[in-house]
Design a binder for this molecule. Structure first.
Ligand code: HEM
Length: 419
């Protein structure tokens, strides 16, 4: 018998049926693949928070939690684990980097790896990096074209973040380009929506990244230098790790700290340029740059969501979550919850409340947060100081087809001629 539908049509039909059933059951749907959602996820999240805050997505076959208080509680609840989200059969080089990262580990391995890395990611260390990062930002800002549209993300934010992480870790100059290339190839493949080409490139780059980091770790164990890796590998915490584990832990920093920080800086600059009153406040008082970064983190929530799996049957806010079911942590949804943040979509540098969930909460709280905050403040500060007249060249920023890190495709701006 001839098939009535081809594979694509059948998938589309299945998706439509799942969404219709979801709408009927809970009066709300969650479809992160929809173009309208990508352009503006806020309406969907508002509906979910109001109508079905712990929502079963038929389409994704998992729950999503969208209210701030609920998510905050879930992130501390040990009945929901991270390691359990692993698919054990996946042992590709890319999967190895993710599966061996603190993000996918639970106690006791989680504490072992995290305390090794924590030593390097303190606010004091991040502050000490300001002059070097400032010099990098100023150099990149200086080279931007004037009087014509330019993609700020490609020409400033992206090279800044990639250079900043290599600088912070102390990757030797001669090997920086290779590291930047490998981490740039691996990072986009972390998203569940990725093409075969992206996946292939990531799986080719991942072993090289690990081999080179492993070599660097061995070198620094033998002959320490002045850099962060030398310091980390000689701490008491490092004694509990093999050189290979150290290489994997460091690889995740390079990979997990790139697109996230690019999205944070791009989101903050975009919000400032869209809100001239807020921009004027920050220009008048450089002390408000840090607040702008917090608001940028909250409103744009670069890590849109993450996931957990229930270790046992749990009744959560009246919903029966069965053992083994997955739960998405709606960071952006929670950060725009009006029950927690009044007028939540307003970018307000005087809000003075940075207890958002953009960097997560609980045992998996983002390890890179102090460094990402400093990187973002330095980059935004450098742009505003260098260019008194910079504006958006579009009123609609397009986003990539990613689900986890909400990354703009570009940020077109115009810098006044002679600026
Ligand atoms: C220097 C840059 C960064 C580095 C090195 C970094 C690294 C990490 C690491 C290692 C973890 C896992 C921590 C653990 O499981 O214990 C993590 C978690 C996380 N990071 Fe970052 N990160 C960076 C930037 C960012 C940025 C800019 C954001 C968003 C504003 C972000 C959001 C998150 C979130 C939400 C989690 C928790 C995910 C969960 O609970 O499942 N990170 N980060």
């Amino acid at each position: 018998m001839r098939r009535l539908l081809n594979g694509r049509q059948a998938r589309r039909l299945r998706r439509r049926t799942a969404l219709a059933a979801e709408q009927l059951r809970s009066d709300a749907v969650y479809n992160p693949f929809a173009r309208t959602f990508r352009a503006c996820p806020f309406t969907t999240y508002q509906e979910l928070r109001e109508r079905d805050p712990v929502h079963w997505s038929r389409l994704l076959d998992r729950w999503i939690v969208t209210r701030y208080d609920d998510l905050s509680e879930l992130l501390h609840d040990r009945r929901f684990a991270s390691r359990a989200t692993l698919r054990r059969k996946r042992s590709s080089p890319l999967a190895q980097i993710v599966n061996r990262s603190p993000l996918r580990l639970d106690a006791p391995d989680h504490a072992r790896i995290k305390s090794f890395l924590n030593r390097g990611f303190t606010p004091a260390r991040a502050d000490a990096a300001r002059p070097a990062l400032g010099a990098l930002a100023a150099r990149l800002a200086e080279g931007l074209p004037r009087g014509e549209p330019c993609d700020l993300m490609a020409e400033f934010v992206s090279p800044f973040v990639r250079g900043a992480m290599a600088e912070f870790l102390g990757i030797p100059e001669a090997r920086r380009a290779s590291f930047v290339g490998w981490s740039g190839a691996v990072a986009p493949a972390l998203d569940p929506i990725r093409g075969g080409k992206t996946l292939r490139r990531a799986n080719e780059a991942a072993p090289e990244l690990i081999a080179c980091l492993r070599q660097l770790v061995e070198e620094r164990l033998g002959t320490p230098g002045e850099d962060l890796i030398s310091e980390l590998v000689h701490t008491p915490e490092a004694a509990a790790l093999t050189p290979e584990e150290m290489a994997y832990a460091l690889a995740f920093l390079l990979v997990g700290g790139t697109d996230t920080t690019i999205a944070l800086i791009t989101g903050t600059v975009q919000q400032l340029l869209m809100n001239p009153d807020q921009l004027a406040l920050v220009r008048a008082d450089a002390g408000l740059v840090a607040n702008a970064v917090e608001e940028g983190a909250r409103v744009s929530s670069p890590v849109h969501l993450s996931d957990r799996r229930a270790l046992e049957d749990v009744t959560f806010r009246g919903r029966k979550i069965r053992r083994g079911q997955k739960v998405l942590t709606g960071f952006l949804a929670a950060n725009t919850d009006p029950l927690r943040f009044p007028d939540p979509l307003r970018f307000d540098v005087t809000r003075g409340d940075s207890r958002h969930l953009a960097f997560g909460q609980g045992p998996h709280y983002c390890l890179g947060a102090p460094v990402a905050r400093v990187e973002a403040a330095v980059a935004v500060g450098a742009l505003l100081t260098r260019y008194p007249d910079i504006r958006l060249a579009t009123d609609r920023v397009a986003y990539d087809r990613t689900v986890v890190v909400r990354l703009p495709a570009s940020l077109p701006v115009v810098i006044a001629e002679g600026g």
